[in-house]
Write a protein that binds this ligand. Structure first.
Ligand SMILES: C[S@@+](CC[C@H](N)C(=O)[O-])C[C@H]1O[C@@H](n2cnc3c(N)ncnc32)[C@H](O)[C@@H]1O
Length: 243
C-alpha cells in the first residue's frame, strides 16, 4: 500500500521495544482497563477496530482480559505493523491482505476477522479501508494529538463505526487549541532517531461539538491519572445516537 512516510517509521527497534515496557503505554495502562471494563459490561464478543494500533498493546490487553472479541489493528507505520505481526504470530495471516488493499479494494473487516484471527494491517486514519459503519467498536488511543489536526481523522473514525467510538487523548482537551510540533525533521541518514511529530492540545468545545455533529453522544468523559511526564489522559467514549 502506498502511504506517505509516517514520522513513527523512524523509531529504532530499541525505541519500539521500549514501548513494550513503558508503564504509560503498555497493556496494563489504567485507561485501557476502563475501556475493557466498559466493553465487557456493554457488549458480547465485540468486533474491535484499533486505529493507530502501534505494537499491539491493546490487542494484548483485550486478550489478557479474558473477554471474547474480534480484532483488527490498523497503523500507518509499516514498522509498527510488522512489529505487531512478529509479536503476535496469529495476526500474521493478514499479510495476504496487503496486496488486496494495495489494489484500492475495501477490506470487509468483520467478515475476514471473524474467521478467527486478529489482523494487523497498514492503513491511514484519514482513509480507512472499510465500509461505512462496519465496526461496532472503533478505538483510537494517542493518535489524534500527533496529527496536524483531528477533524478529518475523527470523521473517518465515525464513518466506519456503527456504535461505540472510544478515544484516548494523550493531551487532555483544554480551553484553547495549541498546535505544537516536537522533535527535528526526519533525517533519512539517521533512521534510529525519533523525528518531528505533532503533540497538539485540542479545544474542548469544538472537539465535543464535532463528536456530536458526527451523530455520537458522549457517554463517558474521564480524566485518567497516569502520573509521570504527561500526568493524565482524557478518555472519551461516545455511542452512535439511536434516533
Ligand atoms: C503514540 S503511538 C500509540 C500506539 C497505540 N495506540 C497505543 O496506545 O499503544 C501513535 C501511533 O499512531 C500511528 N499513526 C500516526 N499517524 C497515523 C495515521 N495517519 N494513520 C494511522 N496511524 C497513525 C503511529 O504509527 C503510532 O503507532
Amino acid at each position: 500500500m502506498s502511504l506517505e512516510l509516517c514520522p513513527w517509521e523512524f523509531l529504532s527497534e530499541d525505541r519500539l521495544r521500549a514501548f513494550l515496557t513503558d508503564p504509560l503505554n503498555y497493556q496494563n495502562a489504567p485507561d485501557r482497563k476502563i475501556v475493557i471494563d466498559y466493553l465487557s459490561k456493554n457488549f458480547v464478543k465485540p468486533s474491535f477496530l484499533d486505529v493507530g494500533c502501534g505494537t499491539g498493546h491493546h490487542y494484548l490487553a483485550l486478550k489478557q482480559s479474558g473477554m471474547e472479541f474480534d480484532y483488527c489493528g490498523v497503523d500507518k507505520t509499516e514498522k509498527m505493523v510488522e512489529f505487531a505481526r512478529r509479536r503476535f504470530p496469529e495476526g500474521r495471516w493478514a499479510q495476504v491482505l496487503d496486496g488486496i488493499l494495495g489494489n484500492g479494494k475495501k477490506l470487509h473487516g468483520p467478515l475476514w476477522i471473524k474467521k478467527g484471527n486478529p489482523a494487523f494491517i497498514h492503513g491511514d486514519i484519514h482513509d480507512l479501508p472499510f465500509d461505512d459503519r462496519e465496526w461496532p467498536i472503533v478505538y483510537c488511543r494517542h493518535v489524534l494529538v500527533h496529527l496536524p489536526g483531528y477533524k478529518e481523522a475523527l470523521a473517518e473514525l465515525a464513518r466506519v463505526c456503527s456504535d461505540c467510538l472510544t478515544i484516548c487523548l494523550l493531551k487532555p482537551l483544554a480551553d484553547k487549541q495549541q498546535i505544537k510540533v516536537e522533535g527535528k525533521p526526519p533525517d533519512q541518514t539517521k533512521p534510529g532517531e525519533f523525528s518531528e511529530h505533532y503533540l497538539n492540545t485540542y479545544a474542548r468545545e469544538p472537539f465535543m461539538g464535532a463528536i456530536k455533529n458526527l451523530g455520537f453522544d458522549v457517554v463517558m468523559d474521564e480524566m485518567v491519572e497516569v502520573g509521570g511526564y504527561f500526568g493524565r489522559y482524557e478518555l472519551i467514549i461516545a455511542r452512535r445516537g439511536r434516533a
